[in-house]
Ligand binder design. Structure first.
Ligand code: G6P
Ligand code: ZN
Length: 542
């Protein structure tokens, strides 16, 4: 029943920040999925008879890829394979299942917030036993294996019925189709005060959560409209569709502009929120106010003790380096450490495993905690709801009070997308070379106090990550950061992160671009952006 099939290597199977991501058509190449999945298992040891978690975000090709993963996992010796019904598991739910079941690992099928459909993207990611993405040494070993693979093992059997709950045999393994929401919902009930949030909804509080026709639909419908009693219609686009309804499942102000517009109407919902294709990112907009991911991290950390799961307080806060330093003010007040890591959720894993941080966040719309080892979109919305239910103030009031208390970090990211790689690399190289001369330099009324190329020393495993972005700190507390995106698919994307601290409450109500105008102009001059990229203006401003 187990077949060994001869194959030849592909040369393009290097996993990126979040696994292997390619066009669907590439994954449809014969043996492409098989080679990659066999290469994953070839790099693991000690999983014979162990448990594997499998699920994806429901995008086009999800079901086909899952059948292949199940058959190869069974042929390679996993004893028990848990798969979400319909092939559905959000990324944080998969992370939770790996932890709850003491699984050896998990295979997550997703291309996150990238568009889906026959012409869209697909992805395969391996997560290890702590529930988090495989570390680089594992993904590099997988990549090396993909270049030498000569055969894969697969169970010859009819497809597993993914829509039927329960256990079936697949060759030597047992496959159990589970409800994708049950265990995740239980985890959320342990962390948050569902009675208090239910009372909030009963008092007339209005939430609109847009699942963007992606994976969070079933989770959000069960939790918000089911367990928490929010009215029907609270969840928008709640049915996962293979092409996400033709939309781009990225919860930002461009792709979820309709939510922003809704939240800005005077009688709009109290809270508008969204998550991405695989359910790990979040967007939070209160009536009349968009909460930046950086501010959201700071606010959640400052108020987390209001939720039962965090009643004992947070032991530490971690943020990626380009994320604004709003959370630093909170950590200082709480007298807990603040960790500044390179971009990428995987850098939080060690801190969480070691019990050094409780809450983590990134400017790229990711927030999460030690409850799983992925960022978690619905968790962020539920923590906001718990805080709103406990404080009974509007999102806007809570944010404005926070700023008055801690100061406001005006923050914006300017992206120059699809510029040439040569130009982008030359720009960063020139910046690095100019670092020694930048320090102490007066520029348009501002002075650079510190200038460096960010390097991270992991306090847990002692590893070092260099060249993680150029940072310019100004004497008045302002900051400009330059880095190249690690997730783009065409050319290079230069990201410029601009931030200024404003302690004066009477000056915290300005338009962000206006408040940052001087630094924005400087950011272009200092790096010679027009010279190196040929661009006078960014393509996206968030
Ligand atoms: C993915 C990762 C995030 C990371 C982001 C950075 O979404 O999961 O942890 O923050 O990529 O993307 P960038 O394009 O800025 O490298
Ligand atoms: Zn995602």
């Amino acid at each position: 029943m187990i077949q060994t099939i001869a194959t030849t290597p592909f040369d393009d199977q290097r996993p990126g920040t979040s696994g292997l991501r390619k066009k669907v058509t590439v994954f449809q190449t014969p043996h492409y999925v098989e080679n990659f999945v066999q290469s994953i298992f070839d790099c693991l040891e000690g999983f014979q008879g162990g448990t594997l978690i499998v699920g994806g975000d429901g995008r086009y090709f999800n079901r086909e890829a899952i059948q292949t993963v199940l058959k190869i996992a069974a042929a390679n010796g996993f004893g028990k394979i848990l798969v979400g019904r319909g092939g559905i598991l959000s990324t944080p739910a998969a992370s939770n299942l790996i932890r709850q079941h003491g699984a050896f690992g998990g295979v997550v099928l997703s291309a996150s917030h990238n568009p889906g459909g026959p012409h869209g993207d697909f992805g395969i990611k391996y997560n290890v036993s702590n529930g988090g993405p495989a570390p680089e040494k594992v993904t590099e070993a997988i990549f090396a294996r993909t270049k030498t693979i000569t055969e894969y093992r697969i169970v010859e059997a009819p497809d597993v019925d993914l829509d039927q709950l329960g256990a079936v045999r697949l060759g030597p393994a047992e496959v159990i189709v589970i409800d994708p929401v049950d265990e995740y919902a239980r985890l959320m009930q342990r962390l948050f005060d569902f009675d208090q949030i239910r009372a909030l909804f009963q008092s007339g509080f209005r939430l609109r959560f847009d699942a963007m026709s992606a994976v969070t639909g079933p989770y959000a419908t069960r939790i918000f409209e089911g367990l928490l009693g929010a009215p029907a219609g609270t969840v928008l686009n709640g049915t996962p569709l293979p092409d996400f309804g033709g939309h781009h499942p990225d919860p930002n102000l461009v792709h979820a502009k309709h939510l922003f517009d809704l939240a800005m109407t005077p009688d709009g919902p109290d809270l508008c929120a969204a998550s991405d294709g695989d359910g790990d990112r979040n967007l939070i907009i209160g009536r009349g106010l968009f909460v930046t991911p950086s501010d959201s991290l700071a606010l959640l950390a400052a108020n987390a003790h209001l939720a039962p799961g965090y009643a004992g307080g947070v032991v530490g806060i971690a943020r990626s380096m380009p994320t604004s330093r709003a959370a630093d003010q909170v950590a200082a007040r709480l007298k807990v450490p603040l960790f500044e890591t390179p971009t990428g959720w995987k850098f939080f894993g060690n801190l969480l495993d070691a019990g050094m941080a409780t809450i983590c966040g990134e400017e790229s719309a990711g927030t999460g905690s030690n409850h799983v080892r992925e960022k978690d979109g619905l968790w962020a919305v539920l923590l906001w709801l718990n805080i709103l239910a406990a404080r009974r103030e509007s999102v806007k009031d809570i944010v404005v009070r926070h700023w008055a208390d801690y100061g406001r970090n005006y923050y914006s990211r300017h992206d120059y997308e699809e510029v040439t790689s040569d130009g982008a690399n030359a720009l960063i190289e020139a910046l690095r070379e100019s670092l020694p001369s930048l320090k102490g330099k007066p520029l348009g009324g501002l002075t650079i106090a510190e200038a460096d190329d960010f390097a991270y020393h992991d306090p847990v495993d002692g590893s070092d990550s260099k060249h993680q972005g150029v940072r310019l700190h100004f004497e008045d507390g302002g900051r400009i950061v330059y880095r190249l995106s690690g997730t783009g698919t065409a050319g290079a994307t230069l990201r410029v992160y601009i931030e200024r601290f404003e302690p004066d409450p009477t000056r915290q109500n300005l338009d962000t671009q206006f408040a940052l105008a001087d630094l924005i102009a400087l950011s272009r001059d200092i790096a010679g952006i027009a010279h190196y990229t040929g661009r006078d203006a960014p393509t996206v401003i968030t």
